[in-house]
Design a protein around this ligand. Structure first.
Ligand code: MLT
Length: 264
């Protein structure tokens, strides 16, 4: 469904009833990366997914799309759907957006799931790499970005033995607009450090990471957990960075257990 949010058209899905749970996707994917969660969890909660600006069926205006801007898009969508407070589930870039959301709208967060992500800003080297990748997307298109990123996004086990997941990720990346990919890369290069907000977080947090994630490895997830009072950590064995797509059953059961504890 399309909705006008902060002057652009945003595509979203809203299914089920109960505790609202908003899923925020990774880079450079789209909301369909959450299909395995939507299929199972919409019987238990109200699931909202969206294509962030620049991705999927949402508009791709000129970037950069700051994390604060994307968080503001999520907040406006919530208001339009009559939701005051939600569980946010953000994976990787979705985690950066969720942390920006938590910084800017703490009262709107019921609980937070941070999957395969980090709170720190980029290093100088990563920033340079991102700016080059943004130029490459604009010059050569989304296909080369898929080639560059698939070996990083997926774990060894998936690359070797789950061709359908590899094909889904490739199709998602290739369907995105090069302008959108570049706009998000440049914004991630500029993103602020969110580490300082971690000690002040007073809602429940679960951190999830794939055991084979090389972009935001288990050590990164452990340091995120140690920064947030009461946060729990779930390691998904045999998954890489896209843990929810690579091991959906394990991801879903961790998520369901977390959500059920919120409401019990
Ligand atoms: C993602 O999966 O969203 C990206 O790997 C995030 C990043 O490049 O930092």
């Amino acid at each position: 469904m399309l909705i006008n949010v902060n002057g652009i058209s945003i595509d979203y899905r809203d299914q089920g009833a109960g505790v609202p749970v908003i899923f925020i996707h990774a880079f450079p994917l789209n909301q369909t990366m959450w299909d395995d969660q939507l299929a199972v969890l919409h019987n238990r909660c109200r699931i909202i997914t969206l294509d962030l600006r620049g991705f999927g069926q949402s508009d791709a205006p000129q970037g950069p799309y700051l994390m604060d801007q994307m968080a503001a898009d999520v907040r406006v969508l919530m208001s339009a759907l009559g939701i005051d407070r939600a569980v946010l589930v953000g994976l990787s870039m979705g985690g950066y957006v969720s942390l920006a959301f938590s910084r800017n709208y703490p009262d709107s967060v019921h609980a937070l799931v941070l999957a395969d992500t980090r709170a720190s800003a980029d290093t100088h080297e990563s920033r340079i790499r991102r700016l080059k990748s943004a130029e490459r997307a604009e010059r050569e298109g989304a296909r080369v970005i898929a080639e560059d990123m698939i070996p990083l996004l997926l774990g060894r086990t998936t690359l070797e033995s789950r061709p359908s997941v590899v094909a889904r990720v490739r199709a998602m990346i290739e369907s995105n607009s090069p302008l959108g990919i570049a706009g998000a890369q440049r914004a991630m290069a500029e993103r602020r450090d969110s580490t300082y907000i971690l000690p002040g977080i007073d809602f429940p947090v679960m951190i999830v990471v794939g055991s084979e994630d090389t972009l935001t490895p288990v050590t990164e997830a452990e340091s995120l957990r140690s920064g947030i009072r009461g946060a729990r950590l779930r390691v998904i064995e045999g998954a890489g960075h896209l843990s929810n797509m690579e091991r959906p059953e394990e991801f879903n059961s961790a998520l369901l257990e977390f959500i059920e504890q919120l409401t019990s």
